[in-house]
Design a protein around this ligand. Structure first.
Ligand SMILES: [Zn+2]
Ligand SMILES: [Zn+2]
Length: 577
């Protein structure tokens, strides 16, 4: 069989760069008039291996020695080592065995077997926009490599070059097939964004779970997409697989718009266990970080669904990833009640008072109430930060009545939630008051210091109350101290001297408010009581303030202007006399 001089075959054609090894082996044996089995035996390959591009290293070397011319070489595009190139999992899904398909126009241009025709999902000749032919156009018998290379159907003897195939008029299929062919040999190229050939098939295999039984988005057929794992005559149907992949291609076009359409249709036609199982199967793809971009859109979709009230929080997506629930915008009324313990009636009351926003929705024949999450969060945060008068009392160390006085004086702001009868207080505001008025800690407290309650009892007759203590602390006239770890105002101590000057200030201030006492006026104007009475009577000057004592006696007070007027009258009288 060999040319004795060279150890090579007599007729050695060039291998085409996109020609399959098996096809080339057939071509070579035909040209040299050998039986195919003869050459495959010589290469130590079974017929199955030789027909299906399963050439081991030894066979490749022997074959190269036998037929290759100088500068000619066998590459991946000849289908060399497909198993390793794609990895067994993908390889087993996409490589067609024991049969071939072809483009009728390609073989008219040059009759040889193209490697891409070995791929089940590639079903369109992108050069001629023709569907590949994968069975005899006349008798529908499948086409073996031997028949193909003999150019005739072994059953009906139809010449494969005699018939043309259907023209494709589907743009999605065209684009999808084009992308597969562009990327099949180049792992750096993307079929769709973020997905090379291998990643795209992994995504497609998951996506089938969402597409199954759905409509054909490419409009190639009017049938439901129900065919993914069906086998036609022992092999996967290339047309159906190409159609399925075109649907996947469409699904990730304009991402995530079409993806959301598919999800919406999926939810409409799948319910209960079937819905759960199919979503679970789809979600397996998320175990792989490469598909985070899909997962993010998927999560966002279901967040919107839960916000609209279409799905519940025990939906599979949220079960798997409970942290997602924090990103919701709306929460069902039932859940709010369960989590917060707030009854429906109270929730709606809060809504009436605009403390919460509740949306009403009529869904699946039922009235649904959705609570807007931001308003609920604010409300809960607020509620958490609100404390009762009694609790304020415990913090500052006084009874609730005193707290009320402090609030009345404006140091604390009472807050009423909805139509609750009891005012509440902001814990932050209480803490701020404490921070401002709490004594500075010291270990050596001067024994002359006066404790808070003693200040109150000691100066009670001057109406020196807690409000005055707070006011003088804020104005800086009083510097509180404490020597215990306890942090209430009741444990504060004050300096006696500071207290006295505060008292003086207080007296002066009250005097300014009330005016000078009758006796003080006589002293200031150096005038006798009788004379003062006379001036008041004759000039018809009234006291600005009259205090009636318990025993019925009256005390008269005069403001500064009044005292000046009295002084002018006195001077006038003295001038006349
Ligand atoms: Zn073609
Ligand atoms: Zn036939």
């Amino acid at each position: 069989m060999k040319n004795d001089n060279y150890g090579k075959l007599l007729i050695r054609p060039f291998i085409q760069c996109n020609e399959s090894l098996s096809g080339f082996l057939y071509r070579v044996s035909l040209m040299n008039n050998y039986r195919f089995s003869y050459l495959s035996n010589f290469l130590h390959l079974s017929i199955y291996e030789a027909q299906n591009n399963e050439f081991n290293q030894e066979a490749i070397e022997k074959f190269s020695d036998l037929v290759l011319r100088n500068n000619d070489s066998i590459s991946e595009k000849n289908g060399y080592n497909l198993n390793n190139f794609f990895g067994y999992e993908l390889y087993s899904k996409i490589i067609m065995k024991n049969k071939v398909k072809y483009c009728p126009l390609c073989i008219k241009e040059k009759y040889y077997h193209r490697t891409v025709w070995c791929f089940t999902p590639i079903h369109l000749c992108v050069f001629h926009n023709l569907m590949l032919v994968d069975q005899c156009p006349q008798c529908e018998h499948s086409i073996s490599m031997a028949d193909f290379m003999n150019r005739r159907c072994e059953i009906c003897s139809l010449n494969y070059e005699d018939r043309e195939s259907a023209n494709n008029d589907n743009l999605i299929l065209m684009k999808s097939q084009q992308q597969l062919i562009n990327c099949v040999w180049d792992k750096e190229r993307y079929v769709i964004p973020y997905c090379n050939f291998g990643q795209y098939f992994r995504l497609a295999n998951s996506s089938y779970h969402l597409l199954i039984n759905g409509k054909d988005y490419t409009a190639m057929t009017t049938e439901k997409l129900s065919f993914f794992y069906n086998r036609s005559k022992g092999g996967k149907s290339g047309l159906k697989l190409a159609n399925a992949l075109a649907n996947v291609y469409w699904m990730y076009l304009d991402f995530p718009r079409n993806f959301y359409i598919v999800l919406g249709d999926f939810l409409n036609r799948n319910e209960g266990k079937q819905r759960y199982e199919r979503l679970k199967n789809f979600e397996i793809i998320f175990d792989d970080q490469e598909f985070n971009w899909v997962q993010n859109a998927y999560n966002a979709y279901f967040l919107k669904q839960i916000d609209e009230g279409y799905v519940r929080k025990d939906f599979s997506v949220f079960k798997k990833n409970p942290g997602l629930l924090a990103d919701r915008c709306k929460i069902r009324r039932e859940e709010v009640r369960q989590v917060t313990g707030i009854a429906y009636e109270k929730l709606h009351e809060l809504s009436d008072y605009s403390e919460l926003h509740i949306e009403k929705k009529y869904l699946h024949g039922q009235q649904r109430y959705l609570v807007e999450k931001t308003t609920l969060d604010d409300f809960l945060k607020n509620r958490q930060s609100l404390i009762s008068k009694k609790e304020v009392g415990l913090i500052i160390g006084f009874i609730p009545d005193t707290v009320q006085k402090i609030a009345n004086a404006g140091y604390l702001t009472p807050i009423r939630v909805a139509n609750s009868p009891n005012a509440m207080f902001q814990i932050d505001e209480v803490n701020k008051l404490m921070q401002d008025c709490l004594g500075e800690y010291t270990e050596n407290l001067d024994p002359s210091m006066v404790r808070f309650h003693n200040v109150l009892s000691k100066y009670a007759k001057y109406a020196f109350t807690i409000l005055e203590i707070i006011a003088f602390t804020y104005s800086g006239h009083l510097n509180p101290y404490r020597n215990s770890e306890s942090q209430t105002l009741a444990d504060n101590y004050y300096d006696e001297g500071q207290l006295k000057s505060c008292l003086d200030l207080l007296k002066r201030r009250r005097q300014e408010e009330k005016g000078l006492h009758f006796n003080d006026v006589t002293k200031i104007l150096k005038i006798g009581e009788k004379k003062l009475w006379r001036i008041l009577r004759e000039q018809d000057i009234k006291a600005d303030f009259t205090l009636v004592m318990k025993d019925g006696r009256k005390r008269y007070y005069f403001k500064e202007e009044t005292v000046s007027r009295i002084k002018r009258c006195k001077n006038l009288l003295e001038g006349m006399s």
